[in-house]
Design a binder for this molecule. Structure first.
Ligand SMILES: [Zn+2]
Length: 366
């Protein structure tokens, strides 16, 4: 039996809720986490129409990118589409889960999807997030070092970029005196003890702290495990916003515009001209990404592909950057594929459906 919480736990492995921005409201919005899943419908937005689709297709979990409850709700009377959506979900026992800015801020999230659609190479996060890494220092008897290290690595400590099982150690002397009440693995009450120990140092993502400390306590032979935890200011190359990469071949402005329209299936877009400058390095940010214009310029991007750019923000391109506003919906609609791929890969015998509703409230006329 698959429970709603099994699916949300899987999504949070990809995009931990801790990575969401402070203003956000990602997570389970309605429903019982312990209910059995009958089917999952993935969507960009959860609207009443999407709930109708979920009901028709026998799905009791809707996974969306945008949280339908974003600001606080003070009543549930059905006066707004948000209230009506929530009422409908509750009346029909449909759980709604949102993976929002946390999915914008991870390596295999919203922005990698756009970068992949555009065929960008040498992809990396445009602005990495500080304060998401920690360091563990602990002391282990020499003979038990390998076992403790193996447990820590299994829990996710010591991965740096493309390198796994990373650690540093130095051997020294540990000293302690057990009390009458202690139950020491080595030594006896009131007798000073000296043991050859390794000082181990490992990096890990702060979101894994609970899991890693549990693994340490489980694997370590001592009753009291001496350790230090440090918050690090290091940039985490796997967490942050936007993505930057290079096109296989540089393109003229005109050719890049056609390429964008084809790859992102656009009817049209708004952009700033870079004249005869070629487009090779491209930054992307799903949704509203104009706050990244300066970072894109600083990192030598020729184009920034995003949505929701305001008139005055286009001026910040300074004629050096093609700001391509392809639309909020158009930039993020393929996020559905991320949800679909992740869930259907882990639950292959389970109905995971991509919503067919076009939730874009914006229509175009030319
Ligand atoms: Zn968005």
């Amino acid at each position: 039996m698959t429970k709603i919480k099994d699916i949300t736990a899987l999504l949070e492995q990809l995009a931990p809720l801790r990575y969401q921005e402070s203003y956000d409201n990602a997570g389970l919005q309605t429903g019982d986490a312990n209910a059995e899943v009958s089917g999952v419908l993935v969507t960009l937005d959860c609207t009443e129409e999407v709930l109708e689709e979920a009901l028709a297709k026998g799905c009791n979990l809707v996974v969306a990118h945008h949280p339908v409850i974003f600001k606080g709700l003070k009543q549930l009377t059905g006066r707004s589409y948000v209230e009506r959506t929530i009422i409908k979900a509750i009346q029909n026992n449909i759980a709604i889960y949102a993976s929002h800015t946390n999915l914008d801020n991870v390596l295999h999230g919203v922005n990698t999807k756009i970068a992949d659609k555009l065929g960008l190479r040498q992809q990396r996060i445009l602005v990495t997030k500080p304060s998401t890494l920690m360091q563990l220092v602990t002391f282990v008897p020499v003979e038990q070092t390998d076992g403790v290290l193996a447990a820590l690595h299994k829990a996710g400590a010591g991965n740096i970029g493309e390198y796994s099982a990373c650690s540093f150690s130095v051997t020294g002397t540990g000293r302690f005196t057990p009390s009458e009440q202690a139950n020491p693995a080595i030594g006896s009450a009131n007798q000073a003890e000296q043991v050859q120990e390794n000082r181990l140092e490992l990096l890990f993502p702060a979101v894994l702290q609970g899991r890693i400390m549990a693994a340490l306590k489980e694997a370590h032979p001592y009753e009291e495990v001496a350790h230090y935890l440090y918050n690090l200011e290091n940039q985490n190359q796997e967490v942050g916003i936007g993505m930057i990469g290079e096109l296989e071949q540089e393109l003229s402005e005109e050719a890049f515009l056609s390429y964008l329209k084809e790859k992102m299936k656009l009817q049209g877009l708004r952009y700033t001209s870079i004249g005869n400058q070629k487009v090779k390095r491209v930054a992307v940010c799903g949704g509203a990404g104009s706050f990244l214009i300066k970072d894109a310029l600083r990192q030598g991007a020729d184009a920034l592909v995003t949505g929701d750019v305001k008139y005055h923000e286009f001026f910040d391109a300074e004629g050096q950057l093609m700001i391509a506003d392809i639309g909020h919906y158009e930039s993020e609609v393929y996020t559905k594929e991320i949800f679909y791929d992740v869930i259907s890969k882990s639950f292959p015998n389970f109905a995971v459906l991509i919503s067919e509703v076009n939730t874009n409230p914006v229509r175009y006329t030319f």
